[in-house]
Write a protein that binds this ligand. Structure first.
Ligand code: NDP
Ligand code: A1CAB
Length: 277
């Protein structure tokens, strides 16, 4: 199985590194390209057998599975002009949420799937979100599932819950990372703890919490309950969080869905312009 990557920015590079380090693919079976070619060359410096191509065309011709790791609005810079290279037996995999498989199937003749990763996949952990287009064969589904099994817990997701699933699995590390950084900043501002000490304590706390959940020792609600000793100190802190944080994610989720709708509207315009040209 040969795998291609068009776009080796943040997520393209993470996927290449994770698949190779999980031994799901050999570096010699990988070809990558990127608009700024230095980013593709940086991957070759790490994995010398990996091939770098000067353009998307070579990658598509080489690979059975082609990962499109560019931003949503950049898909149409590449797909229409490369239609003939996406021959029927190939599988195009989009890693971005706003594009749906059915839309991409109208632009390329090959099979299409969507696989939304998470930065947590770099540690061979976390979830990934898979959606298969109508043309995917049983073998292609199995190949993609096996690839993502090696770096994550893949979940099959329908279009109607794609955005919110991605909010949790893919945006989640940024959201929770931001909240934890706020806790660190407040601790440093309000007490004598150093930034280094607060950061180390917070990192160990979140790693430990992850292990409790992984080992199914506690669920999130039972964990909160166990820490909140009746009439104790944690409960006082929780009261403040109930006032200020309880509904904040309603707003976060509303905002990500608004942005998603904007992106989908822009993409619809791009697709319409393509189909009527
Ligand atoms: N970051 C994350 O945690 C996650 C991101 N995603 C999705 O992944 C996609 C990429 O995100 P991310 O990796 O963060 O973004 P980046 O901007 O880091 O990566 C996009 C890459 O695509 C390259 N590119 C753009 N146009 C072309 C082209 N015509 N030919 C070749 N390469 C091109 C860019 O090149 P150049 O270096 O020249 O800019 C850049 O390296 C997005 O759609 C995002 O929604 C999905 C899940 C999680
Ligand atoms: O397309 C998406 O939904 C992802 C989530 C994080 C960035 N992009």
């Amino acid at each position: 199985m040969k795998i291609g990557f068009i776009g080796t920015g943040n997520m393209g590079s993470i996927l290449v590194s994770s698949f190779i380090e999980a031994k799901a693919i050999e570096a010699s079976s990988v070809m990558v390209t990127n608009r700024t070619i230095a980013k593709a060359n940086a991957l070759q410096e790490r994995y010398s057998a990996l091939q770098v191509a000067p353009s998307a065309q070579e990658v598509i011709a080489f690979a059975n599975i082609i990962f499109m790791c560019v931003k949503p609005h950049q898909f149409m810079d590449i797909l229409p002009s490369h239609q003939q290279w996406f021959t029927k037996e190939k599988l195009l995999v989009s890693i971005t949420s706003p594009l749906q498989c059915e839309e991409l199937e109208k632009v390329v003749p090959c099979s299409v799937a969507r696989a939304i990763p998470s930065i947590t996949n770099r540690a061979l952990a976390g979830a990934s979100l898979l959606t298969f287009g109508t043309r995917c064969t049983a073998k292609q589904k199995e190949q993609l599932q096996t690839l993502f099994d090696s770096i994550s817990t893949p979940l099959l997701i329908n279009n109607d819950i794609t955005r919110v699933s991605s909010d949790i699995a893919s945006c989640g590390p940024a959201f929770i990372g931001y909240v934890l950084q706020c806790m660190i900043n407040s601790a440093v501002a309000q007490t004598k703890i150093s930034n280094e000490q607060a950061t180390e304590l917070t990192s160990q706390m979140i790693i430990g919490m992850g292990k409790l959940l992984e080992k199914k020792i506690f669920t999130l609600p039972t964990l909160v309950e166990k820490v909140c000793v009746k009439g104790g100190i944690t409960g006082e802190g929780i009261k403040i969080l109930q006032e200020d944080v309880e509904h904040v994610f309603d707003k976060v989720i509303q905002r990500t869905h608004e942005k998603y709708d904007d992106e989908r509207a822009k993409i619809a315009q791009q697709f319409q312009a393509h189909h009527s040209s």
